[in-house]
Each structure stands twice: as C-alpha cells, then as structure tokens.
Write a protein of this length. Structure first.
Length: 409
C-alpha cells in the first residue's frame, strides 16, 4: 500500500492585519523555510499565501497573485511605478500631505532612530533564540499580545533552527503612515529609483488597511549551525519604544542550496524542454531572496518577471482555474506550486472540492488528482520528492494528503 500522510485544516485565521499579497507576492513555505506570519493589527483580513501558524498549510501562493492582479501588464508596470513614485514625490511637498505616506532607508535615518530600531530588532531576535516568548509577548503591541499563541508555537517549533544563531541587521526602513484612519492601500517607495524603476538601493512596500502610525521593518540575516535564516520583524512605535507587531522567519537555503542554485536548475530544465519544472524552480529561486511577502526589490522584480514570462499557459493563475481529468471526473485546479516539507521540495496542488466534510471521498479525490497530475506532467517526478493534494471547499476549509513520488503509480 502506498504510504501517505493526510491532514485536515479549517483555515483558522488569527491574522488581522493585511500585508497585501495582492500587491506583491511570495510563495508558501513550510518547516524551516516557512515564514512566521503573525501580524495582529485589527480590522482587516490576510490574503497571504504563506503558511501561517494555525492557518491552512497550502494557501494559493502569493507569487501567483501579485503582478497578475496588479491593474496593468508586467511590461507596463515599470513606467507606472515610476509615475506613482514621481507623483508621490510631488505630493510630498504639499502642506498636509507630506507626512501621509513616507519611507526612509537606514542610511537616511538619524543616528538615534536607526540605533533604536536596530537595538529593538536585535533584542527581539535574542528573545526568540532563547525561546523567551513571555518577554516577547510583553514587548508586543496590544492586539498581538492578546493573541500570541501563533508566535509561541512557531518559535518553539524552530528552536533547533535558531539554536546558537547570531544575527546582523541587514537593512531597516522607517514607514510613516500618519493620518486619521487606516490606509486601504499604502505604498512606500524607499531609497533611490532610476529611470527604469528600482535600483540596488531601493525597495517598495505594499500594505493594505494599515493603521495610522510609524512602523519599522528590520531585516536580519541570521546564521546558525543549521544554516542561514532570514529573520524579519515589523515594529510599531509606541512613545519612545518600538513594539513587536509582526515576525517572519524563512530559511535562506533549502538542502544547502540557495536562490542561484535553483535558478540554475530552472535554466537546465528549460533547456531540456521541461517548462513546468523550470517555472516551479524559478519560483523557488525568487522565494529564497524574498524575506517579506509585501516587499519588492530590484532582485525580486527581475526574478518575478522571469518567472512570469516562463509560466506555462496550462497552470492556474490570476484567479483562472485549470482542468485536470481523472477517469470520468474533471477537477478544477486553483494553484500548483513548490513548497518545502522538512528537507524535501514537494509539489502542492490545490483544487475545488465539495467533499471536504467526507474524509474517505476527499482522500480518494486527492489521490486521483495526484495521479492525474503526475501522469499529465511526468517531468515532475525528477524534480520533487512528493505531491500534496489539497481539496478546498468554498469556505476555505481543506483536506490534504501527501504521497511520496515513488508511491504515485
């Protein structure tokens, strides 16, 4: 009998602050490489495709949503981005608007502010390494402190990855969202932009329903005997202090391999005519240089554009489903993407289902979908260790099954 792992998720959503993936995406991660998405700002919802503590393991990946859902084509995004940046720069000189939505890089901050942000970020990193979640909770914003189980569980799960880790603050940003009400679509353009858009010294942040206030984003590069980790924090200013508002943890390596390795493998697959594997691996390459799901840089933009141009037309994307036939049944696929499970790179497939409440039927549907997928795209056998199928109903509840590739026959 084929070995399998079955799991059920009801998509419990404890996350209240939207860090918009509809603006700039990343894909889901798991185990050592999954991000800890625990942002508890109130009055909004989360659209991220990242795996969250207590949330659906295999949400549709953000990289399938971002520029696809952006109200313009990829080719037109650069001039539009520049136009937006220029418009914001012009508005900044007008009375009453200057403080509405601004960003400063670490180099632009005064020494006192930069030091305060760096010290707070390092302090919270140290608490996480020691597993001192009680102190972290005491230093969190109220809405996060009142619902802290996600952070507690995730830090506990990653203690081995963080053991002995030392971190440096790679970069930090100050986001000023002054105003009287939450900003439905806050966009922060940081650093120097060139005639073609982003440069090596720029970054952009896209956040929806952002409450008024001053925020800091601190990106830490942590190293331990287990490897390199991207440890990122969102801080909110409270008086003279900086409180923890969000925490993201993501491995910078998978099986000892970095973004360049996955990009090289993607090019190899492309040269062999294995276009689906090439696309999946290019997505993974982008993930490994993307610390946050709501941040873009020159490097992530380049990899996104490369992946976008390489996306096979028969893959679901941008709200478009794709059909796959198993016997006499046609299943509607909503997402297919790579995800790290333990130390393995697996392929996740999500599809529409009305059978989530019936485990026996849902399990058989999952097996059927996995077999049909591997039969239709046999190239994935050499690229992934297993397939995870997730049956998802209209409310977002899902039922998942994992099968090792060798057991899919």
């Amino acid at each position: 009998m084929a070995s399998s792992i079955t799991f059920e998720s009801h998509a419990i959503r404890n996350v209240d602050w939207l860090l918009s993936c509809a603006r700039f995406p990343l894909e889901p991660q798991k185990s050592a490489s999954k991000p800890i998405v625990v942002n508890h700002f109130r009055q909004s919802k989360i659209l991220t495709g990242h795996t969250e503590s207590g949330v659906n393991l295999a949400e549709a990946p953000n990289y399938l949503k971002v520029k696809v859902d952006f109200p313009m084509t990829t080719a037109s995004r650069v001039p539009a981005l520049l136009a937006t940046f220029i418009a914001l720069s012009a508005l900044a000189v007008l009375p009453g608007i200057a403080a509405a939505q601004t960003c400063q890089t670490s180099a632009e901050l005064d020494e006192a502010t930069r030091t305060a942000i760096t010290n707070a970020a390092q302090r919270y990193f140290g608490l996480a390494v020691r597993g001192d979640t009680a102190s972290l909770r005491q230093n969190a914003i109220p809405s996060l402190a009142s619902d802290f189980a996600g952070i507690e569980n995730t830090i506990k799960d990653h203690q081995q990855d963080l053991a002995g880790a030392q971190a440096t603050v790679k970069s930090s940003f100050l986001l000023d969202a002054s105003g009287a009400a939450p900003n439905p679509h806050a966009e922060f353009y940081c650093g120097v932009f060139g005639k073609n858009g982003q440069t090596s010294n720029s970054a952009a942040f896209y956040l929806d329903n952002l409450p008024p206030g001053k925020y800091a984003v601190a990106l830490l590069d942590a190293s331990s005997p287990k490897g390199r980790t991207m440890f990122s924090e969102v801080l909110q200013q409270a008086g003279t202090d900086w409180k923890l508002g969000g925490l993201y943890l993501k491995a910078a390596l998978i099986g000892g391999h970095d973004s360049d390795w996955f990009l090289a493998r993607a090019n190899e697959y492309k040269s062999k005519g294995q276009l689906h594997n090439a696309w999946f691996y290019s997505l993974e390459a982008r993930s490994l240089i993307s610390p946050l799901p709501f941040m873009s840089t020159l490097a992530t933009d380049k990899l996104f554009d490369a992946a976008q141009s390489a996306q096979p037309p028969d893959m679901p994307a941008g709200g478009k489903t794709a059909d796959i036939v198993a016997g006499t049944t046609t299943y509607k696929l909503t997402a297919v993407f790579p995800e790290v499970v333990g130390t393995d790179l697996d392929l996740i497939v999500r599809y529409q289902s009305a059978n989530v409440d019936n485990p026996n039927v849902a399990y058989q549907d999952n097996v059927n979908v996995m077999k049909a997928l591997v039969t239709k795209y046999p190239e994935v056998r050499d690229a992934f260790a297993a397939v995870v199928a997730r049956a998802v109903d209209a409310s977002g509840r899902d039922y998942g099954t994992l099968l090792a590739m060798k057991d899919i026959k």
